[in-house]
Design a binder for this molecule. Sequence first.
Ligand code: CA
Length: 407
Amino acid sequence: MSSLLLSRRRFFLAPVVLLSCLLFSLPLLAADAGFQQWVREFRQTALKNGISPEVFDRAFEGIDAPDQWVLDKASYQPEFKAPVWQYFDNRVQKRAIRMGRAKKEELQPWLDKIEQRYGVNPNVLLAIWSIESSFGAILDNDKVIRSVVRSLATLAYADPKRSRFGRQQLLAALKILESGDIDEKHLVGSWAGAMGHTQFIPTSYQAYAVDIDGDGKRDIWNSVPDALATAASLLSSNGWRRGETWGYEVTIPERKLPAGKLPLRKWEQLGVKRVNGKSFPRPGDIAELKLPAGREGPAFLMLKNFFVLKRYNNSDRYATAVGLLADQIGGGKGLVRDWPRPFTPLDPAEVEEMQKLLKARGYYQGEIDGKAGSGTRKAVQQFEEEIGVEVQGYPSKEVLEALRERQ
Ligand code: CA
């Protein structure tokens, strides 16, 4: 009886065992001989560059194929560049301002210490932290946080456009492991090797990383003080001016204005004024006029610190977003002139009304809270589809009116 049962079991188990053998052998099948050969060759280069065999072998343990996800990310071309208003709405927003203020209170002693040492305004560091990693929230997302060694080896091996970058950064990453600041399990980052709370690539980490909390490790992954001090160290090394702002929102006259950099005094003579009517505190400072959304949008005179912020990420939009968010974390009221938008924005009471109307049509299941999150935007899209207009998903006056008409 029991032996019969056993043999039956064996009989029934056979396909399962076979299947699981097949499944477990999949990673083996996926191993890439070309990649493994490349790793063996790169090992020689690494050893010549002072990486010890033990560190190299530990770093590459279990890495036998490129990471396809990294290659997908690397080849992704967004269909369109986000419109200016959307870029700023996504970064300079209420939640980021609120979180920034809360973090400022929580981290005050560290922020003071960092400011004393590097001269960088804490609000700027908090804004960078928000924009780079949502105050560290992305670091918990396993989908986007990967082994830096594998990601960079993937780029070096399989992405011709980034192979030089990949090799250079991979060597730097191995040197970080060699230094003992972090171990191979925790050396994680984005698909392109940006690491920790403030998203440093390995060579920047090597140039600027700081151990400000004094535990002997420059740990931008787990120590917020270290990560913020590292960002401050980058800005300070690139010429950040203590006690100065990044730029001013200004109004401009109708007539054509010169391009390039001029002293603030000269801009003032040309009719460029601060939006609050105050005069420039240091009229001799050199500034450049920027109109990120053209003449229809806000205008800025950008100072030295704006250009230092671009050393973090070489983009006018990025540096402007950091500056604007920093000012609002510091209590500023935001732009006097809003970004031009293809729709008329709603106030919270109108968003609530919109949510109720969308709910009544069966498109919205979330809270009626006056906050237009992804659920509200999705519901707006469904409604736009229903009425046959361009599907945008913006909670706008235009959509609210269309909803009212169809009550
Ligand atoms: Ca530390």
